[in-house]
Design a protein around this ligand. Structure first.
Ligand SMILES: [Zn+2]
Length: 151
């Protein structure tokens, strides 16, 4: 009985599962750093790049509301500023976690179309979590694609 799961691990099933766990933990940790005194809606994000490195971000608000930035874009811009421009996977952790439209356009700019998008609907006080997994290619139908535009 115990041998079957071990074989699955050898086939690579566990590698993806380990990656998901790592990303989800990193996103949850980043969520704790959120600066959200106005909305009181903390969000954390973690991005895995082609280099194998993980970059994290949290939402950062401002008294001038339009200056706020989402956790996903903080994580992606950190990755890009370190020279990591290709996203293999992204996790966003929050209550009812999903990237907003602006973040979806930024994700499409840097992610592989089959990059895994993990939404971790996470409510720490209630100790509940729901995980939804999709791909970057499904985030924004008819998105502006710079490669199609010849940019
Ligand atoms: Zn956003």
């Amino acid at each position: 009985m115990a041998k079957k799961p071990v074989r699955k691990r050898a086939a690579g099933g566990s590698g993806r599962s380990d990656m998901r766990k790592k990303l989800m933990e990193a996103a949850k940790t980043a969520q704790k750093k959120a600066y959200c005194p106005y909305s009181r809606y903390p969000v954390g994000a973690a991005v895995l790049t082609d280099s194998g490195r993980i970059y994290t971000g949290c939402n950062v608000e401002n008294a001038s509301f339009g200056l706020a930035i989402c956790a996903e874009r903080v994580a992606i811009f950190k990755a890009v500023s370190h020279g990591d421009k290709r996203i293999k996977a992204l996790c966003v952790a929050a209550k009812s976690a999903k990237p907003c439209g602006a973040c979806r356009q930024v994700i499409i700019e840097f992610a592989h179309k089959d990059a895994e998008m993990i939404y971790l609907d996470w409510q720490p006080l209630e100790k509940k979590e729901k995980i939804t997994i999709t791909t970057a290619g499904k985030l924004l139908p008819h998105a502006f694609d710079p490669s199609e535009a010849g940019l």
